[in-house]
Design a protein around this ligand. Structure first.
Ligand SMILES: [Zn+2]
Length: 432
C-alpha cells in the first residue's frame, strides 16, 4: 500500500514534469533521492515520512513558490487533491470536483483604488462524511509568494520564495489530521471539511470567497481550525493559539492536552492576518495555530530543511486531541471577541452587498477587497479599493460599523452608499 502510494506520488510528479520545463528534472531527482533516503529509515514513523514528503514537494523549486494564479499553484492544488483522493475523502468543491475556483483583480499596489490584473485561484476541498448534523472545517492556505513581490521581506530578491513553513507546513498537518480522522474511526460526531485555501497571501481571497459561496451549508459549520505556519516549533515548544475567546469551550478543551511537552500561549481575538478571520466574521468559533515568527518569514530562506518535523507531528496530534476532546460537546457556542461590537449576529443579515471586506484595513471606513459579479455592490459600480464610509443614515467607521449598517437593510431596500475612491468621495445607489 505504502509503496504504491509513493509510486503514484512520483507518477504524479513525473506527469507534471512532462508538462513543464525539462531542466527541472534535476530537482525531481533530488526529491526522489531525498525521499528514498527517508523511506529507508524504518525507525521513522510513517507519519513523519508523510509530513516530510508533503513539505519537500510543496516547497520544492518545481512549484516556484505557489503564487496564486501560476502553474506552481495549480501543481500544489493537484497534489492536495491527489492526497485527499488517496485517503478516501469525497470531493467537496464546485460541481463535484475537488476545486472551487475564484476570479479576482490583483493589484501589486495595495493602496491602488482601481485596475489590476485578472487572476484566478482555487481552493481545494475534501469532505469526510460521518452522517453528522455538523461539520468542522479544518483549513490551511497553500499559496505563497512565488518569486517575491510586494509581500516579500527580501527587498528586490526575485529568487523563489518556497514557503515551507508558510504554509506547506500547515498543509502537511492538514493532510496528517485528515488521514487520521478518516482511518481511526474516532471523533465521528461531526463531518469534516478539509480545505486548502489559495489567495491567502493576496488578502485572504480564497477563504473570503468560500464563506460567501460555501459549497456546504454554512449554518452546519460547527467551528473552524486554521493552521498557518506550524513547522518551526522551537526548543521551548511554544505553540501560539489565537482565537480562544471565540467560544467559551476552547480553554477547557485545550487545557487537558498533553502532547510532546507543548506549551501554549493564547490570544482571545478571532481576527488575525489569516484565513480563520473569514470564518470568525461568519460567527464561527475559530482557532489559529502558529509556531511563531522567524527571520526567514516571507523570504527565500523559508525552506523545507529548516522545518521541525517532529514538532510538526506534535502540533498535528495536539490538534487531533483537541478535536477528540470536543467530539461529544455538540455545536460550540460562538462568542465575539473584544475587537468587535456587541450586537451583530450572522442571522441578522437579510442582505449582502457582495463585496469582500479587507479585514486588516486599519484606517477609517470599510475597505473593499473584492467585488463579486452580479451582486448589489457590483451593480452599483463599487470597485476594489473603495472605502465605504456611509450606508444610508448609518456611518461606517470600520468593518464592524459596516456589518452593523448592513444588518439594518432587507431585500428590495434602496439606499445611498458613500465611498472614498482615491481622494474623491462619491455616492452610489444600491438596491439590495
Ligand atoms: Zn501564511
Amino acid at each position: 500500500m505504502r509503496t504504491l502510494y509513493i509510486e503514484m506520488n512520483y507518477q504524479l510528479i513525473i506527469n507534471n514534469l512532462l508538462k513543464m520545463n525539462r531542466h527541472k528534472l534535476f530537482l525531481f531527482i533530488l526529491i526522489v533521492f531525498t525521499a528514498n533516503l527517508l523511506f529507508a529509515q524504518k525507525n521513522k514513523s510513517n507519519a513523519l515520512q508523510d509530513l516530510r514528503v508533503d513539505v519537500v514537494y510543496l516547497a520544492s523549486d518545481l512549484l516556484e513558490g505557489r503564487e496564486t494564479g501560476t502553474e506552481g499553484e495549480k501543481l500544489a492544488a493537484q497534489y492536495i487533491a491527489f492526497r485527499f483522493e488517496k485517503m478516501g475523502l469525497k470531493p467537496a468543491g464546485s460541481n463535484g470536483t475537488w476545486y472551487q475556483s475564484f476570479d479576482f483583480k490583483y493589484n501589486s499596489n495595495p493602496h491602488a483604488t482601481s485596475g489590476g490584473e485578472d487572476r484566478s485561484g482555487k481552493n481545494v476541498l475534501g469532505y469526510l462524511d460521518n452522517g453528522a448534523k455538523t461539520t468542522i472545517v479544518i483549513g490551511a492556505h497553500y499559496d505563497h509568494l512565488g518569486h517575491g513581490g510586494v509581500s516579500s521581506l527580501a527587498a528586490n530578491d526575485k529568487s523563489i520564495h518556497n514557503g515551507a513553513d508558510d504554509n506547506a507546513s500547515g498543509i502537511a498537518a492538514l493532510l496528517h489530521i485528515a488521514e487520521y480522522l478518516k482511518t481511526s474511526g474516532k471523533a465521528k460526531n461531526n463531518n469534516y471539511l478539509f480545505m486548502g485555501f489559495s489567495g491567502e497571501e493576496l488578502g485572504l481571497v480564497g477563504s473570503k470567497f468560500f464563506v460567501e459561496n460555501a459549497t456546504i451549508d454554512l449554518s452546519s459549520i460547527n467551528y473552524m481550525l486554521n493552521m498557518d505556519m506550524v513547522g518551526r516549533l522551537n526548543a521551548e515548544k511554544v505553540l501560539s493559539i489565537n482565537g480562544v475567546g471565540t467560544s467559551p469551550l476552547w480553554k477547557e478543551a485545550l487545557d487537558n492536552i498533553k502532547i510532546g511537552d507543548i506549551k501554549m500561549v493564547t490570544t482571545e481575538s478571532g481576527v488575525g492576518p489569516s484565513d480563520h478571520t473569514s470564518f470568525y466574521f461568519m460567527d464561527k468559533p475559530v482557532l489559529h495555530f502558529f509556531t511563531g515568527q522567524h527571520t526567514d518569514y516571507h523570504k527565500p530562506g523559508d525552506d523545507s530543511e529548516k522545518i521541525n518535523y517532529e514538532g510538526l507531528l506534535d502540533v498535528s496530534n495536539f490538534i487531533i486531541t483537541l478535536i477528540e476532546n470536543l467530539d461529544a460537546k455538540g455545536k460550540l457556542a460562538f462568542t465575539k471577541t473584544k475587537d468587535e461590537s456587541q450586537n451583530r449576529r450572522a442571522a441578522d443579515f437579510k442582505v449582502t452587498l457582495g463585496v469582500m471586506p479587507d479585514y486588516v484595513h486599519s484606517g477609517e471606513g470599510m475597505r473593499v477587497d473584492g467585488v463579486l459579479d452580479g451582486r448589489p455592490g457590483a451593480k452599483a459600480g463599487l470597485q476594489k479599493g473603495d472605502i465605504i464610509i456611509q450606508m444610508g443614515e448609518y456611518q461606517v467607521k470600520d468593518i464592524y460599523g459596516y456589518m452593523e449598517g448592513l444588518s439594518k437593510f432587507k431585500v428590495g431596500d434602496k439606499t445611498k452608499v458613500k465611498v472614498k475612491r482615491g481622494s474623491e468621495i462619491i455616492e452610489v445607489d444600491v438596491v439590495f
